[in-house]
Design a protein around this ligand. Structure first.
Ligand SMILES: Nc1nc2c(c(=O)[nH]1)N[C@H]1C(S)=C(S)[C@@H](COP(=O)(O)OP(=O)(O)OC[C@H]3O[C@@H](n4cnc5c(=O)[nH]c(N)nc54)[C@H](O)[C@@H]3O)O[C@H]1N2
Ligand SMILES: Nc1nc2c(c(=O)[nH]1)N[C@H]1C(S)=C(S)[C@@H](COP(=O)(O)OP(=O)(O)OC[C@H]3O[C@@H](n4cnc5c(=O)[nH]c(N)nc54)[C@H](O)[C@@H]3O)O[C@H]1N2
Ligand code: SF4
Ligand SMILES: [Mo]
Length: 668
C-alpha cells in the first residue's frame, strides 16, 4: 500500500495536509496528516470520506452533448475530440463575429489550487474575454471592510489562539467551517480560557461555548459599539495603544459611542443588558482576546459596516498588539505571490467585467453586445448564486453556448450545451496557500483521473494550445508554474522543500500589522469617506420589506455548498433539506414540526420540511446549506434572495432577505 501526502483543495480555511492510502490504484483511506501542525492528524467528517467523492457512482466519466431542452438534463456521450472541436469552433466563430468580450469564462473556488483555478482564469484573461469579478458571492464585502479598517493583510495566526486568554467566535460556526481552529481553541480551554459565541443561531459551536450571545441578525456593529461604550465608561480602553496605533478613535468616542448605551444596544441586538455588560467586562479584562470573525455577518445590506465595526474592537483594548490576541477574518492577503504570472499571463489590461452576483442579469441583458458563450468550472451558480431564478432564465437562453466543467451533473450543468467531466483534486497536483492559516503546501496527485475526467489544468492547457494562446505558462508543468508564482514575490519558499510535500508557514509572532493608508487601525477611514460611505463605524437599521420574517442561511455540517452533493452518505448525514422556525412563529402560523412548508416572497418559493426549535430567535427562518432542488424537490433557498450589493465590496446580501412561511400540501 502506498501513502501519498496531498492537500485538501475544498473551499475551506483549514487547508489540511492529507495522507491518502492507495491500494491497486484505488484510494482506500484518507486521513489528516499527523506531521502538519494545524491539521494535527485529523480530517473533517466530509473529507475523511473523500474516496466516496472520487468513486461516487454519480461521477461524470465522459464528455456530454445536450440533446434535450436546456435544464432538462438530457445528454449523449461524445468523445473529447468532438467536444474540443465544437468548443474551439464555436469560440473562434464568436470571437471573429463579436469580439472576445462576447465570451465569459471562469473557474471559481471549489478547487483552491493556485494552478488549477488560476490558470483557467488566466486562459480567459489571455483570450481577452469578459472577466468575472469573483468573490462577491463569498468574501468580497468582508475583505473590503477588513481592508478599510486593518488593510490588505491577514489577521491573527489561528495557531496563536493557544496563547490567548479569551476566545470569541463571532459569527462563525467553527464546528462546520473551521474544525481545526476549534481543536486549537479546545487546547486553550483546557487552561481555563473561556469561549464566547455570538451568533443568531444556537450553532454547535454556540452550544459548546461558555457564554452564548444570541444576537439579532445584522446588529453586530451595534453590539461592538455598545461594548466600546462600556470599555470607555469603565476605564478599560488601552489609551496608550489607541494613541500609538489607531486613527480617529477620539471622533468615534465623541460622536458615535454616546448613542450606544447598554440599554439602546440591548434594544437593537435583542440581548439582555446584563449579558452585554458581562461580555464587555470579560473583553475588557482580557489582555490577549482572540476573535474569529465569520463572513456571515457581512452578507447584509450593511454587512461591511457590521464586520468593520467588530474588527475595530481589539484596537480598543490593545489586543491587536499582542500575539495570541487580535482578530482573524482571513489570511490570504498576506501571501504576496506573483499571481499575475498565472491569472493574467497576457491579454488586454481592461475588458468588460461581470460581477458574479449579476451573472443572471449579464446573461439576460439585451443590447448589441450580448454574452454569447459561457464557460463555468468549479461553480454551481444555478444553486449557490442569489436570485437563482434569474440565473436559470439566463442559462436557458437558446442562443447561449454554455460549457460546464464539473465532476458531477449539477443544476448548472443541466443547462450546458457541452458538459466536461472534471477530475477531483485527488486526481491532480497543485500548489496551495491557505486563506485561514499561514501555510503553503504542494499537493501531489494521488490517483489517475476516473474514466475520461480531466483536471482544470489539462483542459486549460489543451484549450490554450487549440485557441492559439502561446504564453509559456500554458505548456509548463505544475512545479514549473509554481516557480513562476514565486518569481519576484515578497513571499519566499524553497521550491524543493515544497515539492517534498513540506508545509511552509509565513506566520510571524508579532501583533497585528496595519496596511491602511495611515499605517494604523482606522476608526476613521478617509478611503470610505471618498467612496461616499460613512467613515466611522455606526449601526443603521436594515431596509424593511413587505414580508414579516428574515432569512438566516448557514453552512451545512456535512455539506459545503453543493460540492459534496454527489456523495450519498453525506447527503444522508445532512438529512432532508429543512427550515427552522422558533416555536412562537410556528404557533402563530399554525405550523407544526415535521410538516411541509413553503417559504415565499416576491422572488420565488421553496418547499422544505419544517423544524420547530428555539435554535433561532422569533422573526427568523433558518435554512442551513444550499441544497440543490434535486434533494429538496421544491426549489433552492437562493430563489428567495435578491442580487443586490452590500455597502462595501459589491458582495452578496443573502441575509437581507425577507419572506413568509406557510403550510404546503406536500413537499414538492
Ligand atoms: N461544512 C462547511 N464548511 C464550509 C462551508 C460550508 O458550506 N460547509 N463553506 C466554505 C466557504 S466557501 C466559506 S466562505 C467558509 C465560510 O466560513 P465562515 O465565515 O466561518 O462562515 P459563514 O458561513 O460565512 O458564517 C456562518 C455563521 O455566521 C452566522 N451569522 C449569520 N448572520 C450573522 C449576523 O448577523 N451576526 C452574527 N454574529 N452571525 C451571523 C451564521 O449563523 C453562521 O453560524 O466556510 C467554508 N467551509
Ligand atoms: N444562501 C446562501 N448562498 C450562498 C452562501 C451562503 O452563505 N448562503 N455562501 C456563498 C459562498 S461563501 C460561496 S464560496 C458560494 C460557493 O458556491 P459554488 O462555487 O457554486 O460552490 P459549490 O457548490 O461548492 O460548487 C462548486 C462546483 O464545483 C465542482 N468542483 C469541485 N471540484 C472541482 C474541480 O476540481 N474542477 C471543477 N471543474 N469543478 C469542481 C463541484 O462538483 C461543484 O459542482 O456559495 C455562496 N452561496
Ligand atoms: S477541514 Fe477543511 S481543509 Fe480540512 S479536510 Fe475538511 S474540508 Fe478539507
Ligand atoms: Mo465562500
Amino acid at each position: 500500500m502506498a501513502t501519498i501526502r496531498t492537500v485538501c483543495a475544498h473551499d475551506c480555511p483549514d487547508m489540511c495536509s492529507l495522507l491518502a492510502h492507495v491500494e491497486d490504484g484505488r484510494i482506500v483511506r484518507i486521513q489528516g496528516d499527523p506531521d502538519h501542525p494545524f491539521t494535527a492528524g485529523f480530517a473533517c467528517g466530509k473529507v475523511n470520506r473523500d474516496m466516496d467523492l472520487v468513486y461516487s457512482p454519480e461521477r461524470l466519466t465522459t464528455p456530454l452533448r445536450r440533446i434535450g431542452p436546456k435544464g432538462s438534463g438530457s445528454f449523449e456521450p461524445i468523445t473529447w475530440e468532438q467536444a474540443l472541436n465544437e468548443i474551439v469552433a464555436r469560440w473562434s466563430g464568436i470571437i471573429a463575429e463579436s469580439g472576445p468580450e462576447a465570451i465569459l469564462g471562469y473557474a471559481y473556488s471549489a478547487h483552491q489550487g493556485q494552478i488549477n483555478r488560476g490558470l483557467t482564469n488566466g486562459l480567459f484573461h489571455a483570450l481577452g474575454t469578459s472577466r468575472l469579478l469573483g468573490g462577491t458571492v463569498c468574501d468580497s464585502c468582508a475583505d473590503a471592510a477588513w481592508e478599510a479598517t486593518v488593510g490588505p493583510i491577514g489577521g491573527a495566526d489561528p495557531e496563536s489562539v493557544v496563547e490567548s486568554d479569551l476566545v470569541i467566535s463571532w459569527g462563525s460556526d467553527l464546528h462546520a467551517t473551521n474544525v481545526h481552529l476549534w481543536a486549537k481553541i479546545e487546547q486553550a480551554r483546557k487552561r481555563g480560557v473561556k469561549l464566547v459565541a455570538i451568533d443568531p443561531r444556537r450553532t454547535r459551536t454556540a452550544r459548546a461555548a461558555d457564554f452564548y450571545l444570541p444576537i439579532r441578525i445584522g446588529t453586530d456593529s451595534a453590539l461592538a459599539l455598545g461594548v466600546m461604550h462600556i470599555l470607555v465608561r469603565d476605564g478599560l480602553a488601552d489609551r496608550a495603544y489607541l494613541a500609538a496605533h489607531t486613527l480617529g478613535f477620539d471622533q468615534v468616542e465623541r460622536d458615535v459611542l454616546p448613542r450606544f448605551t447598554p440599554e439602546r444596544t440591548a434594544e437593537i441586538t435583542g440581548l439582555p443588558v446584563a449579558d452585554i455588560e458581562r461580555f464587555a467586562a470579560m473583553y475588557g479584562a482580557a489582555r490577549k482576546s482572540f476573535m474569529r470573525i465569520g463572513f456571515g455577518m457581512s452578507r447584509y445590506v450593511h454587512g461591511g459596516q457590521n464586520l468593520r465595526t467588530v474588527a475595530l474592537l481589539p484596537g480598543v483594548t490593545g489586543a491587536y498588539g499582542r500575539y495570541g490576541g487580535g482578530a482573524i477574518v482571513a489570511t490570504a492577503a498576506s501571501f504576496d505571490l506573483n499571481y499575475n504570472a498565472v491569472r493574467k499571463p497576457s491579454g488586454p489590461a481592461v475588458a468588460r467585467t461581470v460581477n458574479h452576483l449579476k451573472l443572471g442579469e449579464a446573461l439576460l441583458a439585451a443590447g448589441d453586445a450580448p454574452i454569447r458563450a459561457l464557460f463555468i468550472a468549479a461553480n454551481n451558480p444555478a444553486v449557490t448564486n442569489p436570485d437563482t431564478g434569474k440565473i436559470r432564465a439566463g442559462l436557458a437562453r437558446e442562443d447561449l453556448f454554455t460549457v460546464v466543467h464539473d465532476p458531477f451533473m449539477t443544476a448548472t450543468a443541466r443547462y450546458a450545451d457541452i458538459v466536461l467531466p472534471a477530475a477531483t483534486y485527488l486526481e491532480t497536483e497543485d500548489f496551495y496557500r491557505s486563506y485561514g492559516t499561514y501555510y503553503m503546501q504542494y499537493g501531489q496527485r494521488v490517483v489517475a483521473p476516473l474514466g475520461e475526467a480531466w483536471s482544470n489544468l489539462r483542459l486549460t492547457q489543451t484549450l490554450a494550445a487549440r485557441m492559439g494562446v502561446a504564453d509559456p505558462v500554458f505548456s509548463m508543468t505544475p512545479p514549473e508554474i509554481m516557480k513562476e508564482l514565486f518569481r519576484g514575490a515578497d513571499v519566499k519558499a524553497d521550491p524543493k522543500t515544497l515539492l517534498n510535500g513540506v508545509a511552509v508557514s509565513i506566520a510571524g509572532r508579532s501583533g497585528q500589522q496595519f496596511r491602511t493608508p495611515s499605517g494604523k487601525l482606522e476608526f476613521y477611514s478617509q478611503a470610505l469617506a471618498d467612496q461616499g460611505l460613512p467613515p466611522m463605524p455606526d449601526w443603521v437599521a436594515e431596509p424593511v420589506a413587505a414580508y414579516p420574517l428574515r432569512l438566516l442561511t448557514t453552512p451545512g455540517y456535512f455539506q459545503s455548498h453543493t460540492a459534496f452533493s454527489g456523495v450519498a452518505f453525506l447527503r444522508e448525514r445532512e438529512g432532508v433539506p429543512y427550515a427552522v422556525l422558533h416555536p412562537e412563529d410556528a404557533a402563530s402560523r399554525g405550523l407544526t414540526d415535521g410538516q411541509a412548508v413553503r417559504l415565499h416572497n416576491g422572488l420565488g418559493q421553496v418547499s422544505l420540511r419544517l423544524r420547530v426549535r428555539d435554535e433561532v430567535q422569533p422573526g427568523v427562518v433558518l435554512v442551513p446549506g444550499q441544497r440543490p432542488d434535486e434533494e429538496a424537490a421544491g426549489g433552492t433557498v437562493n430563489m428567495l434572495c435578491a442580487d443586490g450589493y452590500t455597502d462595501m465590496g459589491a458582495g452578496a446580501t443573502y441575509q437581507s432577505t425577507w419572506l413568509e412561511v406557510s403550510a404546503a400540501r406536500s413537499i414538492g
